[in-house]
Design a protein around this ligand. Sequence first.
Ligand code: NOJ
Ligand code: NOJ
Length: 575
Amino acid sequence: MRFTLLFTLVGLAVRALAQSSAADAYVASESPIAKSGVLANIGPDGSKSQGAKPGIVVASPSTSNPDYLYTWTRDSSLVFKALIDQFTTGEDTSLRNLIDDFTTAEATLQQVSNPSGTVSTGGLGEPKFNIDETAFTGAWGRPQRDGPALRATAIITYANWLLDNNNSTYVVNTLWPIIKLDLDYVASNWNQSTFDLWEEVNSSSFFTTAVQHRALREGATFANKIGQTSVVSGYTTQADNLLCFLQSYWNPSAGYVTANTGGGRSGKDANTLLASIHTFDPAAGCDAATFQPCSDKALSNLKVYVDAFRSIYSINSGIASNAAVATGRYPEDSYQGGNPWYLTTSAVAEQLYDALIVWDQLGGLNVTSTSLAFFQQFSSGVSAGTYASSSSTYQTLTAAIKTFADGFLAINAKYTPSNGGLAEQFSKSDGTPVSAVDLTWSYAAALTSFAARDGKTYASWGAAGLTVPSQCSSGGSGGNTVAVTFNVQATTVFGENIYITGSVDALQNWSPDNALILSAANYPIWSITVNLPASSTIEYKYIRKYNGAVTWESDPNNSITTPSSGSYIQNDTWR
Ligand code: NOJ
Ligand code: NOJ
């Protein structure tokens, strides 16, 4: 017995050493490659971005299977946020011209009429453009409403630095109009449906809501700072609504954040970890309302997400159930074979490094009933409580979490080819690179995870001290909403799905075509969570769709009366 324990401890110590030295070596070799990989994909001079206008970020130089020779607002903004953070903290003072090229290019793209509309009729939600700054007119999942928010965040970060460096005229005359277009778009459209960041599901999406909340929050502060006070209360009102809506994605019984309100999947998705790291605010502690990296909800979510990949990729087989594995966008993914991605695997590491930074700042950590399962992976006997940094529990947990985090970088290291190139994905069966080569976002994600490992933090955006409004407005309808979970027991044949529709907008007003698909994750229980008007009597029915045929439940309609606040669970049996 004692020997077994000894072997376990020795085993853990050996793993810790191996993981951290693999991560150390990877950070050292990959950092310069990732940085030049990013720069190579930015026009006009990047070595792999021929034909791109100045400041345009090419998603990847791959021109077929997949063709990524386009510029996405999301990818470009996340990539430039990383560069702007390097510039404003003095890590790389050579980037200023490139950043100016970026803001100029984005100002041009804002004005390009495209299939989503013009600058004033929805065109800002267009996800991607040609690299010569013309519109992409093919079919696509549009609009994607995270882009304007991410772009505003990147440019505000740069503008704040300029303000501190005596350039307020340029900020007010040139950058503010660009930022304002994006923030106005977010403030007036956040509660409209959107394609998610993976460009597949048209509903509401946690990542989009989270980055919109951040953008409006910091946008209000920024506007105030430059004397543009007329927008402040409007942005703040919508930020409050977004913070409210953000809470509704949390699934309390399963302990994770459901990525999208539609889509009919488990909802376990890197979407939610990316949201946490891209809305990290080191001043906000472990606040759960904004899903900070060290919050109990975000940690519970991280465990559920990571565990969803343990058994689906053969390269993960044989790995201990509490050690790092390769992760992908979401377990049901089939795009390009449905493989692990470098940027999602590094996002897990980054969230954990961010958490370690904050615990260190706070001088302790909390284990709650929500985060207990996460922490018990590293010390099975730990119980809910507060552990000061001087305690052995704190030291055991944080050391193990650092090892766990390094393990995710070690996975990426293991499957990075010897030239250091980062594609989009790596094969779930043998780890070789798959899909787009030299994905700019993969390189940027490597850089931000390395910076977090190094303990680097960036400017706060105002997440500290926010409280979720007790009465939450849905924005559009102006009324309060509650999260209603519908569970229906229904046996189906393969290929057949269950949907819901009913008497309110959120249930698609009795439209069988637009009915919401339920998740079969817990078959034969099908379920969905929808935000419905509070204190209302609502009628609904489930329908089945199979090979184009629609079957309605028999009469009469089902009916519920929603509570005035909180959430509600309705259990039914197909009739
Ligand atoms: C291309 C998108 O970029 C990708 O995210 C998506 O998975 C595929 N289309 C399939 O819809
Ligand atoms: C597909 C990804 O799903 C999407 O998020 C990304 O914007 C594009 N590829 C371009 O990298």
